[in-house]
Write a protein that binds this ligand. Structure first.
Ligand code: AMP
Length: 214
């Protein structure tokens, strides 16, 4: 099953991708995660991407397509994948079609998680994580026992640079301008299913499973 999880930043793509990984046994391919790993490792690609990511812009199509093509060619993607955060532009979507066509494949479903902008600003600007063990928190919805300290390992929590409110608003603008038009692109191929992305996580999972089983 070749899937795209689509939606604005903070729609819950990462969370729902985990569910799809467990349900369908396919790997999650997150361009955001791959780029953050490159930034952390200080690779030449990471150095190029770092500043663009910190202000919430889009990394160039060339860079992103390079890492996606390499990742999709790996063995664990041979019977499917869940793309998370990719494609984000029409040229990326066209290039993805080309890569898959060469392998005799095509995207089966695009699951679009619908969440309004104010909810996203609330979700992302309150998001924190532990730099040591990786556990995620939210200052309102999932607060640690002691403010700003990890419950598991006692390390001080951090906020992603691009989760600061101004940057979140810029990411949403970029989404509306460059990424949202992809909904029509996939609608015209009749592979888009739109799912309300607000509510308990388990309910959203059920909505996705029901849409995919149709
Ligand atoms: P995400 O974790 O998916 O929100 O991605 C974090 C940041 O990585 C984005 O704000 C972009 O700067 C960059 N990024 C991730 N995926 C892409 C993509 N497909 N095209 C361009 N930039 C991307």
């Amino acid at each position: 099953m070749d899937l795209i999880l689509f939606g604005p930043p903070g729609a819950g793509k990462g969370t729902q991708a985990q569910f799809l990984v467990e349900t369908y046994g396919v790997p999650q391919v997150s361009t955001g995660d791959m780029l953050r790993a490159a930034v952390k490792a200080g690779t030449p690609l990471g150095v190029k991407a770092q500043e663009i990511m910190a202000r919430g812009g889009l990394v160039s199509d060339d860079i992103v397509l390079g890492i996606v093509a390499e990742r999709l060619a790996q063995d664990d993607c041979s019977s499917g994948f869940v793309l998370d955060g990719f494609p984000r532009t029409i040229p990326q979507a066209d290039a993805l079609d080309g890569i898959l066509k060469q392998a005799g494949r095509a995207i089966d479903h695009v699951v679009s998680l619908e969440v309004d902008s104010e909810e996203i600003v609330k979700r992302l600007s309150g998001r924190r994580s532990c730099p040591s063990c990786g556990k995620g928190y939210h200052v309102v919805f999932d607060a640690p026992v002691k403010a700003d300290v990890c419950d598991v390992c006692g390390t001080g929590l951090v906020q992603r640079a691009d989760d600061q409110e101004d940057t979140v608003r810029n990411r949403l603008l970029v989404y509306e301008q460059q990424t949202a038009p992809l909904k029509e692109y996939y609608q015209s191929k009749q592979i888009l299913c739109s799912i309300p992305g607000i509510g308990p996580i388990a309910e959203i999972q059920q909505r996705i499973a029901a849409a995919l089983e149709k």
